[in-house]
Design a protein around this ligand. Sequence first.
Ligand code: PLP
Length: 413
Amino acid sequence: MFAIDSKGMIHAGPLPKQYGADFLVLREGDGVYLKDAAGKSYLDFGSGIAVNALGHGREDLARVAADQMRRLVHSSNLYVTEPALELAAKLLRSGPFGAVHFGNSGTEANEAALKYARLYAHRTRGEGCFKLLSFSHAFHGRTLGALSVTPNPAYRTPFEPLLPGTETLPYNDEAALEKTLDRSFAGIIVETLQGEGGLKAMTPSFAAALNRLCRAHDIILIADEVQTGLGRTGAVYSSFALGLEPDIITLAKPLAGGLPLSATLIPGKINDLLKTGDHGSTFGGGPVTTAVASHLWDIITDGEFLAEVRRKGEVLARALGGLAETHSSGPLRVGEVRGRGMLRGLEILAPEDRTPGVMKAILAAAQERGLLLLRSGTNVVRIAPPLVIGDGDLLTGVGILGEALGEVFTGEL
Ligand code: PLP
């Protein structure tokens, strides 16, 4: 066993160095609080990277999973199970979709989407129409296909050359879109709010341009809702709320309450072209994950639940606005408050060479005070609490973040 120190940390543990050397060892969770292996409590403003939408220690999720595990754990894609059928029916009713492909992670959901887009272009237009477009600061996953549409050089460079036929345009640049697109593009993949890329939001006019140009050139429009979907921004789908009309939606993170499950929702016009063996997954859409997801779906698609997320999102945004005002001047300061619903970001402005150190110090100072936060891009503190958080805990967390900012900003001057 690896030694856990008095702060609940292990150093130089068994995981690959890509994750860094020092890890907080978490042991259990209850509601919006987590406890480490040394017994210290943390308010969770990260939800395991926007996953635990309903918080921790949920008896209802545990019961659904345990009941299903006793009945049947796995079936493979040679068969189908009732929980998968029930979830699929709910997902298909949520928009103009003809079928759902289940996988296990966000990157797999996007891999499937990119393959379906290429397959559609290939089977309707023939060879040569395979280009895939994504946007600056996008994040679509770490497998080689999804990485090929993720422009961040830090993630890509050691793995190049990646997929041929991928291009990147500036996010929200309608003129560039208009100039570039033609029928040689099979698909466009886009986030409505860039969860990993600094929380920049898609403008409604960019959404309208995407709708229009994808229709004009018969390009498959893929909305990556892995992070924004399923209530996180106060809507079932952030893209629909913005007026984006995607052909495909990809979902993962919160879908099965913390268990690995993804869904790629495809239109009838793609489903009609598919032949046996075109794509597949051994584990995707198993009965346990889909049973839990079906239960979670009923909770988070409820109108009152979503209205509460939007209301609490405004409470959070106002409180963060207060921090921005307090820390609006000096060499280290707060810039924009970004995001929607319960996915918010606080831009940290610092000289470029000091930014990584300042960001690390803010997250560490918050953690020391019992608050777990995320980062987005290079200089944005990302806040993605469980959607069930109450106003009191939200304000407590923002208060702790304020103390952490104060400590780091004054310490650095
Ligand atoms: N797409 C988006 C928008 C994401 O935020 C992420 C993960 O952060 C992914 C895809 C990849 O998901 P996963 O890590 O489950 O493969």
